[in-house]
Design a protein around this ligand. Structure first.
Ligand SMILES: C[S@@+](CC[C@H](N)C(=O)[O-])C[C@H]1O[C@@H](n2cnc3c(N)ncnc32)[C@H](O)[C@@H]1O
Length: 187
């Protein structure tokens, strides 16, 4: 009985440590180019609908956080899906969530990558659909990366935008939660 109580207490302690590390990581993310703020699920649903995903699309979320967007896509589409984030804790969280969804057979794709890295240094020429929820500054900094995308590729950005004559731009206002920008690379 005593051993059982000690094991339960150790599990609580472990969970408390994980929670503290997660919270510290989120607080420190506010010092980054883009802090960790998850996209609301209602907005993710809209973003995915507006993306009109095609079977051949190679999809990436730049700054994938805890994996909300890519997981939603991976649970509904058989496409290739990639998430990139520079936070080890968020990458670990995403990998764990994908592992859980794989165990419970919720994933529609086996073709997913979760990369720890800096999206500013990431080559985008292989992708055709980009999701992001960043900041205007980050979007401007990513302009050169975006311009590597093949003709016809789309960028679905929650709330933030950039200016480039290599893309068409459409803004979709949301009733309560800001707006979504849709970019398409011109041929
Ligand atoms: C606003 S959150 C969006 C999270 C996720 N896309 C979502 O919708 O729930 C932005 C993410 O960008 C990540 N980030 C910030 N700067 C980055 C960089 N230079 N390279 C990769 N990821 C970065 C942060 O760690 C954070 O998780």
């Amino acid at each position: 009985m005593t051993a059982f109580i000690i094991i339960i207490q150790l599990i609580y302690l472990l969970l408390a440590i994980i929670l503290v590390i997660y919270l510290i990581n989120i607080i420190f993310s506010f010092k980054k180019l883009v802090p960790y703020v998850p996209t609301p699920y209602k907005v993710i649903k809209q973003m995915i609908k507006l993306a009109e995903i095609k079977p051949a699309d190679k999809i990436i979320d730049l700054g994938s956080g805890s994996g909300r967007i890519i997981l939603k896509v991976a649970c509904h589409y058989p496409n290739s899906v990639t998430g990139i984030d520079n936070s080890s804790v968020l990458i670990l969280t995403t990998k764990f969530r994908f592992w859980l969804n794989k165990v419970f057979k919720k994933l529609k794709t086996k073709n997913y990558k979760i990369i720890k890295g800096n999206f500013l240094e990431f080559e985008l020429s292989d992708y055709s659909l980009v999701f992001c929820f960043l900041t205007n500054t980050a979007m401007e900094k990513l302009k050169e990366n975006f311009e590597q995308l093949p003709a016809g590729s789309r960028i679905i950005s929650y709330h933030f935008h950039f200016a480039s004559d290599k893309f068409s731009e459409k803004m979709i206002p949301l009733s309560k939660r800001g707006k979504i920008f849709i970019y398409q690379k011109l041929g």
